[in-house]
Design a binder for this molecule. Structure first.
Ligand code: TA6
Length: 302
């Protein structure tokens, strides 16, 4: 387990809280905690399994090289990144000591035999986590490199940051920034794409919406408001290779009860707002020797 705390601001403030901390498990390189002035910004289930035997239920699980699953898929649901043991490449602290960074790496040789058999393409995945105690941000960036040397091995994949945000109360939560975008709600039988007409998306039932081509633009950052006040802004990074799709998920009552690693009433204190490239038209393909970068910056709006 890696703990990141920018040294310059590692001493508790007058409120007794440290401005910024972040905890990451080598299992899945899963961020499990990000605190800002002592306030936990991410949701981690009280029943999350942290021993490496299952994906961690909460924080920011990494989805790669496959979002979801389909009949006969050789890979498990959401791929192998979130259940592999990553390695720490390096840690850095900014000269002014207000930012702390850790870089993780996962390559084909780190995979289980099953995963390598299911996905034989030689690859290198780097994951950079930076906590900034001055700007109250957590940046998480992925870089996928195709290590194949012969030309016929392009590397197609879908990927996503499966961010579990903590909210005071789901009934007072809304997500902004998805107005006018096309989505499919996987939680209902009708899979016809629909356009969201309203500026705010409240969460009042099981929700599993896949918004496609929510192209990031300056004014289209995503905002999660909790209790009527802004809580977190999600900014997608890396310009023209920025993540294009957004998934919003809350299991609600029945699905919450059906998950062993999720408390029955915990759906009231979380919402997943996940940025990625997940719909078939947005699947990424990286040529041998090439690298694709995408990421997000979460900003706590105090
Ligand atoms: O967040 C979107 C989603 O694909 C949902 O359909 C739900 O399955 C969720 O991921 C959690 O998946 P998991 O495999 O972590 O239980």
């Amino acid at each position: 387990v890696i703990s990141l705390t920018p040294p310059a601001l590692a001493t508790p403030t007058t409120t007794g809280a440290v401005p910024a901390t972040c905890t990451i498990y080598l299992h899945g390189a899963t961020v499990t905690s990000w605190t800002v002035n002592g306030r936990e910004m991410l949701f981690l289930s009280s029943k999350a399994i942290l021993d490496g035997s299952k994906p961690i239920r909460g924080g920011i699980p990494l989805v790669f090289p496959q979002f979801g699953t389909y009949p006969g898929a050789p890979l498990p649901q959401h791929g192998f990144a979130r259940t592999s043991t990553w390695r720490v490449l390096r840690t850095d602290v900014s000269p002014d000591e207000t930012k702390a960074t850790v870089v993780f790496v996962l390559t084909s040789s780190d995979l289980s035999l099953a995963a390598r058999t299911a996905w034989p393409t030689p690859f290198r995945l780097e994951y950079t986590v930076t906590v900034d105690a001055v700007h109250h941000t957590l940046a998480t960036d992925l870089a996928a490199t195709n290590l194949a040397t012969t030309t016929e091995f392009d590397m197609p994949f879908t990927w996503l940051l499966h961010t579990y945000l903590r909210v005071d109360a789901i009934e007072k939560t809304e997500i902004r920034g998805l107005e006018g975008h096309l989505y499919v709600n996987k939680a209902i039988a009708d899979r016809d794409p629909t356009t969201q007409a309203f500026p705010a998306l409240p969460i009042k039932e099981e929700t599993d919406r896949v918004y496609q081509n929510v192209v990031p633009a300056a004014e289209s950052h995503l905002h999660v408001l909790s209790g009527g006040r802004p809580a977190v802004e999600i900014v997608r990074t890396h310009g023209e290779t920025a993540f294009r799709d957004v998934v919003v998920w809350n299991p609600w009552v029945d699905k919450a009860k059906a998950m062993a690693d999720f408390g029955d009433d915990e759906y009231r204190h979380m919402v997943c707002v996940e940025v990625g490239d997940v719909v078939v038209p947005n699947a990424v393909s990286v040529a041998p020797g090439e690298t694709r970068r995408a990421g997000q910056v979460l900003r706590a709006l105090l």
